[in-house]
Design a protein around this ligand. Structure first.
Ligand SMILES: Cc1ncc(C[n+]2csc(CCOP(=O)(O)OP(=O)(O)O)c2C)c(N)n1
Ligand SMILES: [Mg+2]
Length: 344
C-alpha cells in the first residue's frame, strides 16, 4: 500500500500573520534540526556514536511549529526516542545534544542517556523515552501539576502548557487512551501531538489500527482533535497556537494529528527496504524546509541570500558542536551511579 492516499488538509495562508523576524526564526529552527541530524548520520557511520539512533528528517515542521508556538524553557515537552530535534526546538544547545549522542560528560544528560534520552531541567524538556508511548503519561503529569499549583495552591504563575510528541504506532498503546481520558476529564493544559509518519518501524499505520484518522479518537473523550499538514510549518503553527491558547485559558487539551513522513529509515541501522520508492518521492516533494523557504521569498519576508546566510551559520554551529563533543571527556566510571537521583 502506498501511504499517499489520505488527503492532506489544505492550509490557506491568506490569514497568516507572520513578520520577518518570526519567519526567519522558524526557518532557522527547521534548518538547525535538519543539519544537526545529517551530521548525526555522518558521525554514526564513522563510528562516533553507539546504539540506536533515530532521525527526524522530514518531520521538522512539527517540532518547530508546535514548540516555537509555546514558551520554550517555561512550558513542558516530552518526546520519544526520535528526540534530538524536539530538544533543539526547546532550546537545548546543539553542542549539548551532540555531546550526549557521543556519550560525553558535557551532554545534556551528562552522557548517561545517549540518543534516546535527551533531558534538560533548564529547558523543561522532560525526556526522550525509548519505550513507545512512555512520554505521554509524563507530560500529562506535568500538565496536572501545573493545574494543581494554579487552582489548588493559588499560584497564578503556574500557567504552563505541556506538549507531548509521539508516533502513530504509539497511538495504539493503552497509555494514549488512559491519558486522553484524564486530560479531558480534568481539562488539563495539554497538547497531544501525534506525528503520523505512516509507519511504526515496518508496520504500515493503516494495517495496525481500526481507525487510521487518529485525530478522530479525541471525540470519544469530548476533546478537540485536529488534523494538519505536518509538512507545512505554518499549518502546524496555526493549530498549535489555538491549542496553546485553549490550554492556557483552562479550556482543556487538544489532540493534533500532524500528517508527516520520515525521509530516512526507522533508525540508522534500518536498510529502509519496505517503503516504496513512489511513496518516498511523494513525500520528499513536500519537504517542509524547501516549501517554507519558497513561502518566505515569495512573500518578501526573506531573500535567498538571507536564507543562505542562515544555512551557513547553522553549519558552523554544528561543526562547533561536533568539536566539543569529540574533545569532551567521557563520564568517569567512578561516577557511574551519579545523577540517578536528583542532587541537592
Ligand atoms: C513499549 C514498546 N514496545 C515496542 C517497542 C519497539 N519499538 C520501537 S519503535 C517502535 C515503533 C513506533 O512507531 P511510531 O510510534 O509510529 O513512531 P515512529 O518511529 O514512526 O516515530 C516499536 C514498536 C518499544 N520501544 N517500546
Ligand atoms: Mg510512525
Amino acid at each position: 500500500m502506498v501511504s499517499t492516499e489520505r488527503t492532506v488538509p489544505e492550509f490557506k495562508t491568506d490569514s497568516v500573520e507572520l513578520d520577518k523576524e518570526e519567519g526567519l526564526m522558524l526557518y532557522e529552527d527547521m534548518v538547525l534540526g535538519r543539519t544537526f541530524e545529517d551530521k548525526c548520520a555522518e558521525m554514526y557511520y564513522r563510528g562516533k556514536m553507539f546504539g540506536f539512533v533515530h532521525l527526524y528528517n522530514g518531520q521538522e515542521a512539527v517540532s518547530t511549529g508546535v514548540i516555537r508556538s509555546m514558551r520554550p524553557g517555561e512550558d513542558f515537552v516530552t518526546s520519544t526516542y526520535r528526540d534530538h530535534v524536539h530538544a533543539l526546538s526547546a532550546g537545548v544547545p546543539a553542542k549539548e545534544v551532540m555531546a550526549e549522542l557521543f556519550g560525553k560528560e558535557t551532554g545534556c544528560s551528562k552522557g548517561r542517556g545517549g540518543s534516546m534520552h535527551m533531558f534538560s531541567k533548564e529547558h523543561n524538556l522532560l525526556g526522550g523515552f525509548a519505550f513507545v508511548a512512555e512520554g505521554i503519561p509524563v507530560a500529562t503529569g506535568a500538565a496536572f501539576q501545573a493545574k494543581y499549583r494554579r487552582e489548588v495552591m493559588g499560584d497564578e504563575n503556574a500557567d504552563q502548557v505541556s506538549a507531548c510528541f509521539f508516533g502513530d504506532g504509539a497511538s495504539n498503546n493503552g497509555q494514549f487512551f488512559e491519558c486522553l481520558n484524564m486530560a479531558a476529564l480534568w481539562k488539563l493544559p495539554m497538547i497531544y501531538v501525534v506525528e503520523n509518519n505512516k509507519w511504526a518501524i515496518g508496520m504500515a499505520h493503516d494495517r495496525a489500527t481500526s481507525q487510521p484518522e487518529i485525530y478522530k479518537k479525541a471525540s470519544v473523550f469530548g476533546m478537540t482533535g485536529v488534523e494538519v499538514d505536518g509538512m507545512d510549518v505554518l499549518a502546524v503553527r496555526a493549530a498549535a497556537q489555538e491549542a496553546v491558547a485553549r490550554a492556557r485559558a483552562g479550556e482543556g487539551p487538544t489532540l493534533i494529528e500532524a500528517l508527516t513522513y520520515r525521509f530516512r529509515g526507522h533508525s540508522l541501522a534500518d536498510p529502509d527496504e519496505l517503503r516504496s520508492p513512489e511513496e518516498k518521492e511523494f513525500w520528499q516533494a513536500r519537504d517542509p524546509i524547501t516549501r517554507f523557504a519558497t513561502y518566505l521569498t515569495e512573500h518578501d519576508l526573506a531573500t535567498s541570500e538571507e536564507l543562505k546566510a542562515i544555512d551557513q551559520k547553522i553549519q558552523q554551529e554544528i561543526e562547533e558542536a561536533v568539536d566539543l563533543a569529540q574533545s569532551s571527556p567521557e563520564p568517569d566510571p567512578s561516577e557511574l551511579r551519579r545523577y540517578i537521583f536528583a542532587e541537592e
